[in-house]
Design a binder for this molecule. Structure first.
Ligand code: ADP
Length: 472
């Protein structure tokens, strides 16, 4: 595989990014505040003043027919600093309230009333509203006039005049205030941004350092989360991954140790016996044949080990696919056990088979045979003094259950979890026990490939039952 040079993109750190985002947010908030307070304040003030004055005019129109209209009028006028003039339909004054001490545009020698009336009569809606500069008080005022209706009949006229407060000076005060607040809040914003970004990024940076240590093979690294959930969860996940990696690492070491031991032992024997034949027994046919027999057995052991390693890797990388056929499992089991009998009975072992009714199952016959043989081999290797191995076929509604039982020491609870692991071998594994240490991993790989359930029930001192369930 061609090794592409790894181009590392320079990225901004989480801390800097959070800081920038927070500062940007603060700046945007202030830009908006400035825009609304400084640029839109004046038009906002005028619009709301007009709306409020219109509301007052409407409330006066509604109260016009009430008995205490005059009292209400003076109250409204005083509360809102509004001059009011009410004329009857012949334009004769009915009520007037002047809160501006004769400086109102509606009263006094330079009354604006005549001009307003003309405007009102020309207005189709019978409503006028305008902004007029009042020289007498030296500021802009809002003038509002409307017709008082009684159905379609004109009843009279209502005029309001209220000063508009100069917004300019308010804007400059607000500007100064805003400047102060902006500087203050920007400082607070930057401090909070630094604090927040550190608070968020410190656990990530700490976990990254720990992950670096783990990557360099330190399986005792502690992953410490943080004060928030995600960092804590990340730390917990990495701690779990670390435990798994550490387990796989120690298993791999065990495997290398076991496999190299298993490879070296037959090779040493091969060399020793070959030298013996060359130097000593070459001319003695009896001794030579015995030595050659050892060489053949050791070669077989070596071949089996290498084959198991190769097969297991094929199962694991998916290149070994099952060739499915429908077979009668009872006949197949009987054949296998028959073949065993010759060899095992010579060595004093007895394999007892309890068949059930013939049953058709779909599987890869060669692979399933391998599973059964591996289980029987283990049972022979680990069974007790009575040298008994029991094989059972049990037809169940959900499939055919195959059980292989021995009467050996059994397997400890904590080891049961691990015996199917690829790299696991018991510490008390003896060389006399035929096997490569990969037998159960191959069983597991084949049964998984078939999607058959499997398991082991074991009692210390009584023996173990290895089973699997073939779906029909
Ligand atoms: P091997 O038997 O060559 O060591 P296996 O993968 O077949 O390798 O088995 C793995 C381990 O499982 C064995 O080392 C042994 O400790 C345990 N084991 C397997 N079968 C039995 C059994 N029938 N009784 C007790 N222990 C067993």
């Amino acid at each position: 595989m061609k090794n592409e040079p790894h181009k590392e993109k320079r990225l901004i750190s989480l801390r800097a990014r959070l800081c920038l985002a927070f500062i940007l947010f603060t700046v945007i908030v202030f830009a908006l505040l400035w825009f609304f307070e400084v640029v839109l304040l004046e038009s906002f003030y005028y619009t709301s003043k007009i709306r409020d004055t219109q509301k007052i005019a409407i409330s006066l129109i509604e109260a016009y027919d009430d008995e205490d209209f005059e009292r209400y009028l003076s109250q409204v006028s005083l509360e809102n600093q509004i001059c009011v003039e009410v004329l009857d339909k012949r334009q004769r004054p009915l009520y007037e309230c002047d809160v501006l001490d004769d400086k109102c545009l509606l009263h006094g020698p330079h009354s604006y009333l005549g001009a307003l009336m003309m405007k009102l009569q020309n207005d189709a809606d019978g409503v006028i509203g305008m902004n007029v500069y009042n020289e007498r008080i030296g500021q802009d005022t809002l003038v509002l006039g409307c017709v008082l209706h009684d159905n379609t009949q004109v009843h009279g006229y209502l005029f309001l005049n209220t000063p508009l407060q100069p917004v300019g000076s308010a804007v400059s005060i607000i500007k100064r205030l805003l400047m102060f607040i902006t500087v203050l809040l920007l400082i607070i914003g930057v401090v909070i941004a630094f604090w927040l970004s550190s608070w968020l990024s410190v656990p990530i940076v700490r976990i990254t350092h720990s992950a670096h240590r783990l990557a360099h093979g330190d399986f005792n690294t502690k992953f410490i989360g943080g004060s928030y959930q995600e960092a804590d969860e990340l730390a917990r996940t990495l701690t779990y991954a670390e435990q798994q990696l550490s387990r796989v690492d120690s298993m791999q070491r065990d495997l290398i140790a076991n496999v190299s031991h298993d490879l070296r032992t037959p090779l040493t024997m091969l060399k020793a016996y070959a030298e013996m034949i060359r130097d000593l027994s070459g001319d003695n046919p009896v001794k030579r044949n015995a030595h050659l027999q050892v060489i053949i057995e050791e070669t077989d052991r070596l071949t089996a080990l290498v084959n198991d390693i190769l097969d297991l890797s094929k199962f694991e990388n998916g290149s070994m696919k099952p060739e499915m056929q429908t077979i009668d499992i009872r006949t197949r089991l009987a054949d296998i056990i028959e073949r065993y009998k010759g060899v095992s009975e010579k060595m004093g072992y007895h394999i007892h088979f309890t068949p059930d009714e013939p049953m058709q199952v779909t599987c890869d016959p060669a692979q399933i045979e391998r599973v059964i043989c591996n289980l029987i081999n283990n049972a022979i290797n680990y069974t007790g003094e009575d040298k008994m191995v029991y094989v059972r076929q049990i037809n169940l509604p959900e499939g055919v259950r195959i059980e292989v039982r021995d009467t050996g020491k059994g397997i400890e609870e904590d080891k049961i979890q691990r015996i199917f692991d690829k790299y696991y071998r018991s510490e008390n594994h003896k060389r006399e026990v035929v096997g490569t240490g990969l037998g159960l991993s191959i069983v597991k790989a084949i049964l998984k490939m078939h999607e058959f359930h499997y398991g082991v029930n074991s009692k210390l001192g009584e023996g173990s039952v290895f089973w699997f369930l073939m779906r029909g």
